[in-house]
Ligand binder design. Structure first.
Ligand code: IMP
Length: 219
């Protein structure tokens, strides 16, 4: 059977075996995530299921805020992952997420956390978005998440997840976090903040990025 495989198929098979070894050897079903955001950790935990131990920065005794100084989501995700990798020397991942609003030329984008200032207050960020969107009829927007995974040897792998939707005129709902009360995913009448965690995870940017990452680990 082996000899019936073409060289390309053999390479793919070898890659797949290496990925399995990667899970067994370096992850051991523990995933270190370079974030102190409890909401993100909780979403990632429920996406990965009980067989994964998802460990955040504070679980690792790291209380510092990792500076996000790059000007792309990819750059910031890599920067956060490298920061943690330098401290633990183990396989780690980090993610960066941005809300990209078409009528605002893709803003707040990579500046989503600090859109209304360094205090990183979600209420102020949403107020600023709502005021900039006042009177604008094109309300289309999307969330984009980039996950950076550094394997045992520090090699980087990037995964992306996108959720298309629109910006509401007003907040609705109390669930979720960040911009959830003003973002209505495509095909839904509720905002993310009105959906359950499972409903959000099934369609969200982060859910999609995490599933792409898991596919990479287990294919
Ligand atoms: P960061 O990825 O932690 O830099 O987050 C960027 C900004 O987007 C922060 O203001 C977050 O609160 C917000 N954000 C990240 N993920 C989500 C989400 O799933 N829903 C709503 N807001 C989010």
């Amino acid at each position: 059977y082996e000899s019936a495989l073409s060289p390309r198929e053999r390479i793919k098979k070898t890659e797949s075996i290496f990925r399995r070894i990667l899970i067994l050897q370096c992850c051991m079903r523990q995933l270190q995530v370079a974030t102190g955001n409890a909401h993100k950790l909780s979403e990632i935990r429920s996406l990965l299921g009980p067989e994964w131990e998802v460990v955040g920065l504070s679980d690792l005794g790291i209380e510092e805020d990792i500076p996000e100084t790059e000007n792309t989501l990819e750059g910031n995700a890599l920067l956060k992952a490298r920061y943690l990798y330098e401290r633990t020397g183990q396989a780690v991942c980090a993610e960066d997420t941005g809300l990209e609003i078409r009528a605002l030329g893709g803003e707040p984008g990579v500046r989503s956390a600090r859109y209304a200032g360094d205090a990183r207050r979600s209420d102020a960020n949403m107020d600023l978005v709502l005021s900039r969107m006042r009177g604008i009829s094109d309300r289309s927007a999307r969330f984009r998440t980039v996950i950076a995974f550094l394997d045992d040897s520090g090699r980087s792998h990037l995964f992306e997840g996108v959720c298309e939707g629109s910006i509401r005129e007003q907040r609705a709902g109390t669930g979720g976090f960040g911009y959830d009360p003003i973002f209505q995913p495509e095909g839904y009448t509720q905002t993310f903040a009105e959906l359950s965690t499972d409903q959000k995870n099934a369609i969200s940017h982060r859910g999609r990025a995490v599933r792409a990452f898991i596919d990479f680990l287990i294919v």
